[in-house]
Design a protein around this ligand. Structure first.
Ligand SMILES: C[S@@+](CC[C@H](N)C(=O)[O-])C[C@H]1O[C@@H](n2cnc3c(N)ncnc32)[C@H](O)[C@@H]1O
Length: 274
């Protein structure tokens, strides 16, 4: 049984499969990483070699393994208030703009935010904490906060809402005290006041999202492995899901700056739909 590394031919088959299912184009320089990740799945589901595992994946019965496979392949690293400047914009400039628009009768007292590719939820919960901090000026406002991801195991963690210190480096002690209860050493559960503000669902960004449009969409640290065609598809889908005047917050590694032509640039990470 040879399980060291995918051969170029095997890599090509998995590469095509991953691309078709997620839009992620992984190139051959990542062969060791991909081999290691697939090997873990193989062991978990008792397959003897890469070929038999691949045959199962593409078979009719393989759909039961698809989620676990994509979970193993994708990178789910995230943390609370990752790239703090994005959240500074959100809780200062953006909320000020919303309140002003409401005062001038240009909008209703409601806000819809989508964390597209939310992983285990830290990004969306950080947004929820910003809104909870501003509960006085935002009194009477309705928030609808949605987090989506292709990885079911990440979504499970997001729904459980129990976190470790490792992802909480950007949280001040006062905020930890206010929004979490320490259930066990290094296990912090988000208080319902925040966890109940959000909902999560499984969604592949390559497809349009069947939801009402959003005022603000966060797309950060997800498109790094996507090829140009897939990035364009994702961006088109997101723009469709933005209300006119809505904002798109992008991460530093998305590589989509030349695909956002129909949006107005408002900052290094920020674009607005006219
Ligand atoms: C590194 S995490 C980013 C989490 C968060 N946005 C942040 O910036 O910290 C990338 C996430 O993208 C998700 N992902 C990858 N391809 C996807 C796709 N086609 N549709 C939806 N989510 C996808 C992965 O499952 C992973 O949870």
């Amino acid at each position: 049984m040879e399980l060291e590394r995918l051969t170029p031919k095997q890599f090509e088959l998995f590469q095509k499969f991953i691309y078709e299912r997620s839009g992620i184009k992984i190139d051959f320089t990542k062969v060791t990483l991909v081999s290691n990740r697939i090997r873990r799945r193989l062991k978990a589901s008792s397959f003897e070699d890469f070929d038999s595992y691949y045959r199962f994946l593409i078979s009719k019965d393989g759909s039961v393994e698809l989620e676990g496979f994509l979970d193993a392949i994708t990178t789910n690293e995230t943390s609370f208030f990752r790239t703090p400047s994005n959240f500074e914009w959100f809780k200062n400039d953006y909320i000020k703009e919303l309140l002003k628009d409401k005062l001038e009768g240009k909008r209703t007292a409601s806000l819809r935010v989508w964390s597209a590719a939310c992983s285990s939820g830290e990004e969306l919960y950080s947004i929820a904490m910003c809104l909870a901090d501003l509960s006085v000026p935002l009194r009477g406002w309705q928030h609808q906060l949605l987090g989506t991801d292709i990885s079911e195991s990440s979504l499970k963690l997001a729904r459980e809402a129990v976190y470790r210190k490792r992802t909480m480096q950007e949280l001040e002690p006062a905020k930890i005290k206010r929004y979490f209860t320490e259930e066990a050493p290094d296990q912090f559960r988000l208080r319902p006041a925040v966890s109940q503000m959000v909902r999560f669902k499984n969604h592949n960004l390559m497809q349009p999202l069947a939801e009402l449009p959003f005022d603000c969409i966060w797309l950060r640290n997800v498109l790094i492995y996507f090829d140009r065609e897939s990035k364009t598809k994702v961006i088109d889908n997101l723009i469709q899901s933005l209300v006119p005047g809505g904002y798109l917050v992008v991460g530093p590694s998305e590589g989509v700056y030349d695909m956002l032509g129909m949006l107005q640039k408002r900052g290094t990470f920020l674009y607005q739909k006219p």
